[in-house]
Ligand binder design. Sequence first.
Ligand code: SPD
Length: 398
Amino acid sequence: MQKWYSIKVQIVTIITQLTDRSKKTKKDADMSIRENFRYAACLCLAMLTAAAQAQEEKVLNIYNWSDYIGPDTVSNFEKETGIKVRYDVYDSNEVLNAKLSAGNTGYDIVVPSVNWAPLQIKAGLLRELDKRQLPNLAYVDPQLQAMLARIDTDNRHLVTWLWGYTTLGINVDKVRAALGNLPMPANSWDLLFDSKYAARLQSCGISVLDSPSEVLPPALLYAGKPAYSKAPADYQAAGQLLKTIRPYIGLFSGSGYINDLANGSICLALGWSGDINIARQRAIAAGNGVHIEALPPRNGSTMVLDAMAIPADAPHPNNALKWINYILRPQVQAGLTNQVYYANASLQSAPYVAPALAANTSLFLSADDKRRLIVPEPYSLPIRRLVSRTYTRFKTGF
Ligand code: SPD
């Protein structure tokens, strides 16, 4: 209401000024008319911007990864701001990227991973953040900001959501039973990528992530290649490796594996650290005797680092900024970690993190394990196609 009043005042001011200006001598008349038009155009533009802000309906459309938010994160924001949130989910960067590239998503907030965001920034799909509206950026871990700045100059478009790593989740008892006389391998990746182990674990169920860009990096790493290799020959090697284990994979899943692990219908999943800990917690809550573990990255792994961004054509960019600033509060950040078991961006959130989580070494990694994580790198278009072709061949079994 106040904003509309100030717009009305601006209109009256413009009309008064235009009338005054037209009272000049005949000699200046031509120049005055041109000046007046320019002046009026600038003021109209300013007014339209103010009007757009005033008119932004109290709605926020969020598109985020599934199982990646606290139970009251959205409702608390709604209560506080009166903004109604519509919340949709996805399971892979491929899906999000296809939507963003097609345009007109209607979303105000998206959460791409840091190796996909640079392509989206370059294509003009993400909007620059108005940092004056984000005072809580002060809470963000400077190390994470520096990491993001490597792919987003001056942190113009991205703010960390949460971070973790890609790993294997196991049903401890079922894996031991299925391996029989085979001892647990020293390199835990053997469980999936060495067909000797995978052949045995097939009997209790193996799932891998349903996304080319999530499966190829650990496969390359296991094959002794750079996880985000730029050499086409390396993808051939990874493809060969994947072919050897294909007969033993029963499921391709980007989120369903959480419940499958929790209820004991699979015993090994290539997934994300937080999701596997969610499965562990669900099994504990169900009291079904299923014991799930997320394996820490002792033999190296790829980091999961996802960031909030505002699509260039977001219909409610100001509400989006309010959301980002709210999410950056240390208490809200801790609420996310407590629920989804990923580390957050705020060093000040530590006092609010549930004490029981502090001992979980698959969530709060040791300094050594942290060093073993590889920060994801963006793909060139030809490599992205190769990643996708290699994965499709793997999935379809050709
Ligand atoms: N359930 C939320 C999972 C989020 C995973 N983000 C994936 C990033 C992979 N690079």
